[in-house]
Design a protein around this ligand. Structure first.
Ligand code: HEM
Length: 402
């Protein structure tokens, strides 16, 4: 990455301090970089050096889908990252390239397709009804995050994983610690969760069950994957599921601060699936950027020359606001069609949790809009506390009344 060997002038490196943007606003640094160019360069608080940042939809998809951009190669680098503790992890699905990546993803694929997640729809609806019964029984005011939006996605992931009901509360505690605790405490929670999954999967090596622990057990039994790989994948899926709590917190923040949107969804329930897609497009699910990729051979993106060894970040949020793809991208438009958003990413690393997220959020929208008709914020919008210093963005609590 020596600049002298390049004949083209390079754009300046913009330092991105990764602070906590307000509410559901796009980080102002990212907004500036989106204006500045289709391809810019950034420095981030973790790692070393700089990385390319790609923000337009076509370019983002090209980088995410092209095998000349490697995730495994990130492990050999101190590549820039949004925070020092967000270091790449060896042997996890996010930092593998095909064919190992494909082998791991194959083992869990059937449980996470749109068809696969239907298996848990009715049991999930029952669990949600119980949570909403509790909310209504306790009466207003309430913290919607604590009562419903936080626990529900976690329960659904447990159901899909095959974690027995008695262990689900403990599972949620581990997942929150993995995601929010400083390095050592987070690492310890990850190890404790891993030890739990190792036992669960080991007990299901010959299972014919459809839950994910059984699928992983079968794959280990057939020697398609190792127990270690299975455990890492289980931990990643369980903690990935927590993302839905944060993003549905943001969704309800938007619906409660713009009551005309919630009203429309009450009046026109048939548009709810489309509305969920639009909110998935619009929301800034994560702070800053996800893991980068490393360029394996010299190539060009949108005319900009990248050299083998360069580090490249894509911003799916920026792509979801590309004005060439989404007219008036900063507005929430439930009639938007088509809506080819990339909230779940693109290419081989595309999030496996999309169908599950859709199931969980659609159930939440149905239950909360239909069963709690007068639902509204109990505090002014600017007093809703949002998480600080976290990679997933969302309200810490959502004080409501009805
Ligand atoms: C609102 C909810 C969610 C959003 C916005 C989201 C978004 C994403 C994105 C953008 C990626 C990265 C794609 C890339 O690296 O290019 C990803 C990866 C991943 N997500 Fe999600 N996700 C969500 C929910 C979930 C859920 C519910 C699960 C678990 C069931 C999950 C598990 C994962 C895993 C395991 C990966 C790594 C995939 C790989 O590298 O092959 N996510 N997600």
């Amino acid at each position: 990455m020596t600049e002298e060997t390049l004949t083209e002038p390079l754009p300046p490196v913009r330092h991105w301090p990764v602070l906590d943007p307000a509410g559901v606003d796009v980080d102002p640094v990212l907004a500036g970089l989106m204006e500045e160019g289709p391809v810019t360069r950034v420095g981030l608080p973790g790692g070393e050096g700089w990385a390319w940042l790609v923000t337009r939809m076509d370019d983002v998809r090209r980088v995410a889908e092209d095998s000349r951009f490697s995730r495994a190669a990130v492990l050999e680098r101190q590549a820039v990252r949004p925070a020092p503790h967000l270091a790449p992890a060896h042997d996890t699905v996010g930092f593998l390239d095909p064919p190992d990546h494909t082998r791991l993803r194959r083992s869990i694929a059937p449980a996470l397709t749109a068809h696969g997640v239907e298996r848990v729809r009715e049991s999930s609806r029952r669990m949600l009804d119980e949570l909403v019964d509790g909310l209504l029984g306790d009466g207003p005011p309430a913290d919607l995050t604590r009562a419903v939006l936080g626990p529900f996605p976690s329960l659904v992931v447990c159901e899909l994983m095959g974690v027995p009901p008695a262990d689900r509360q403990g599972m949620r505690t581990w997942a929150r610690r993995v995601l929010t605790s400083p390095h050592d405490a987070g690492e310890q929670a990850r190890e404790e969760m891993g030890a739990y999954f190792a036992e669960l999967i080991d007990a299901r090596l010959e299972s014919t069950g459809e839950d994910i622990a059984s699928l992983l057990g079968t794959a280990v039994g057939c020697r398609e994957i190792t127990l270690r790989e299975a455990v890492d994948l289980a931990v990643l899926l369980q903690t990935g599921g927590e993302a839905v709590g944060d993003s549905s917190g943001q969704m309800f923040y938007v619906l409660l601060t713009r009551p005309e949107l919630a009203e429309r969804l009450r009046r026109e329930p048939e548009i709810r699936p489309r509305a969920v897609e639009e909110l998935l497009r619009y929301l800034p699910h994560r702070n800053a950027l996800g893991p980068p990729r490393v360029v394996l051979e010299d190539l060009r993106i949108n005319g900009v020359r990248m050299r083998a060894g360069d580090v490249v970040h894509v911003s799916y949020l920026a792509a979801n606001r590309d004005p060439d793809v989404f007219p008036d991208p900063g507005s929430v438009d439930f009639s938007r069609s088509p809506n080819p958003h990339v909230a779940f990413g693109s290419g081989p690393h595309r999030c496996p949790g999309g169908p599950l997220t859709r199931l969980v959020t659609e159930l939440l929208v149905d239950a909360l809009l239909d069963r709690v008709p007068g639902l509204k914020l109990a505090v002014p919008a600017d007093q809703v506390p949002f998480g600080k210093g976290t990679s997933l963005r969302g309200p810490e609590s959502l004080p409501v009344t009805w």
